[in-house]
Ligand binder design. Structure first.
Ligand code: NDP
Length: 475
């Protein structure tokens, strides 16, 4: 069976990096390119393209600063090697001359990877210009998120990109898929034989996924006003997590087999109705610069998802994400059904049944909660967690992994045309038709009405951050 390591296309012989003077470049991409260089996985030219009027020296300073901010004492040898590989092309993406200059800079290069870390409104223009300049042949394209803002725009963008690149050369980024802990979901599910018999509607009562952030917009208010929580992290990141948890075993670990199974899950999502969704907005959001005084943009959303499949019929999937919540953590709780009869009267049946907890961040962990008898006479018990925690200091970042995979032609961790469109189709109606946002206090777990989405008596499992601590029930 092929795995991720040995399934590869021709190695890229250059990385072309549109948006090289931008924020994502500084925060994520240069640190990732440095990490790849340090590991000996990047030894090709890196060509930045932007319109800042910079020269190569100014561009190198930006790259150095980005690396030093992410790693205060970098390996100087690796940093110098990366800086030595940088090239810079200055020009507007609307000018044909920019692409001609890029073509010159790529003389002798046959398989470049073009990374579009640029405003989404320019994705189509740059792809078309790459095609017109003859720079698409033999190359790959990495497209940042968001891929569209609804079903129609995603279809339109897919059509524009597919007119220039074949599907196997298109790498749509969802950086969640590059996280070690997310990849581990796939491994945990299919490397453990004990899970499969219970991983279905017969044993699982519901699945909850929480992505909580204790911070606000951090200067991205204007961007967020056009997006909101559902588009920003739920329809993409959390849906990818759903697909890994819900998919059928793939026939192999080839990109084709995996993408086929994730797309099947997405196609099985029952389109959301307004009653499946609670949208919240933290108090004070409307006072932020760049935010409309009457903004209806959600900074929180909770939803009830249904997967119409043999395995998952009748199992609700509860997803929620939000800003200015009590803590920052992403966690999955798979809640099992209770025992068929209540032999021990003291059991808190229904509200405290066994669960599997998968912490994605911070401190990835897996915990299985089981009830055990407390000492003494009588059959009183409590739920305790068996905890597996694995910390690794020199882990690859998501961006390192994704750029490295795209350079090697491995598309397993990237989303396909079909998956992207099916995910948008599941939320499309509620993007336009929904209740107005409900206010919530910063530092709370969001609007109280999110509890109404759940089937009583179980509540939301709130992540707890203390090392080794389990999930707590919502108040
Ligand atoms: P920025 O606005 O910070 O950077 C945009 C980049 O594109 C700059 O290098 C800019 O060059 C260049 N650019 C824009 N228009 C043109 C043009 N007409 N011609 C030439 N160059 C142009 O955006 P971000 O870095 O924040 O975002 C980039 C992408 O990454 C977006 O798709 C975003 O959704 C995605 N993303 C961003 C995240 C983040 O934290 N920033 C997180 C996840 C995804 P110049 O500066 O010279 O104008």
């Amino acid at each position: 069976m092929p795995d991720r390591e040995n399934e590869a296309g021709p190695l890229a012989d250059a990385v072309v990096f549109f948006g090289a003077t931008g924020d994502l470049a500084h925060k994520q991409i240069f640190p990732a390119l440095y990490g790849l260089t340090k590991r000996g996985m990047l030894d090709v030219p890196v060509v930045g393209v932007a319109r800042s009027g910079w020269d190569l020296e100014r561009f190198r300073l930006y790259a150095r600063d980005a690396v030093e901010q992410s790693e205060p004492a970098p390996d100087q040898g690796a940093l110098d090697r990366l800086l030595g590989r940088l090239r810079y092309v200055d020009g507007d993406y609307g000018d044909t001359s920019t692409f001609l200059a890029l073509k010159d800079a790529l003389t002798g290069v046959h398989h470049p990877v073009h990374y579009l870390a640029i405003p989404p409104s320019l994705f189509g223009l740059v792809v078309t210009s790459l095609g017109a300049a003859g720079l698409a042949d033999g190359s790959r394209v990495i497209i940042e998120k968001p891929f569209g803002r609804d079903l129609a725009s995603a279809r339109h963008l897919n059509a524009s990109v597919r007119a220039v690149f074949p599907e196997e050369s298109i790498f749509r980024i969802d950086h969640f898929l590059g996280k070690e802990a997310v990849e581990n979901l796939l491994y945990v599910r299919f490397a453990n034989s004990f899970l499969e018999p219970i991983w279905n509607r017969n044993q699982i009562a519901n699945v909850q996924i929480t992505m909580a952030e204790d911070f606000g917009l951090q200067g991205r208010e204007k961007f967020y006003e056009g997006v909101g929580c559902l588009r920003d992290v739920v329809e993409n990141h959390l849906f990818q997590v759903v697909s890994l948890l819900a998919m059928e075993p793939p026939s192999s670990l080839s990109s084709t087999a995996l993408r086929h199974e994730t797309a099947r899950v997405m196609r099985s999502l029952v389109p959301l109705q307004p009653s499946d969704l609670v949208r919240g907005q933290f108090a004070g959001y409307r006072d932020l610069p760049g935010v409309a005084g009457d903004s209806d943009v959600e900074t929180y959303c909770a939803l009830r998802l249904t997967i119409d499949s043999w395995r998952w019929a009748g199992v609700p999937w509860y997803l929620r994400a939000g800003k200015r919540l009590p803590l920052t953590a992403t966690e999955i709780v798979v809640q099992f059904k209770g025992p068929p009869t209540r032999l021990f009267q003291s059991e808190n049946v229904g509200g405290d049944t066994n669960y599997l907890r998968l912490r994605i961040a911070p401190h990835p962990a897996i915990a299985l909660a089981a009830r055990v008898k407390t000492h003494g006479q009588g059959f009183a018990g409590e739920q305790r967690e068996l905890l597996l925690q694995d910390t690794q200091s020199d882990e690859q970042t998501a961006y390192e992994r994704l750029i490295g995979d795209a350079m090697a032609g491995r598309s397993m961790l990237f989303t396909s045309e079909e998956t992207v469109e099916a995910a948008w189709a599941a939320v499309d109606a509620t993007l336009r038709n929904h209740e107005r946002v409900e206010p919530y206090e910063p530092g709370s777990w969001g609007p109280v009405s999110a509890n109404d989405l759940l089937d009583p008596p179980s509540g939301w499992h709130n992540p707890v951050l203390a090392a080794g601590a389990g999930a707590g029930h919502a108040a």
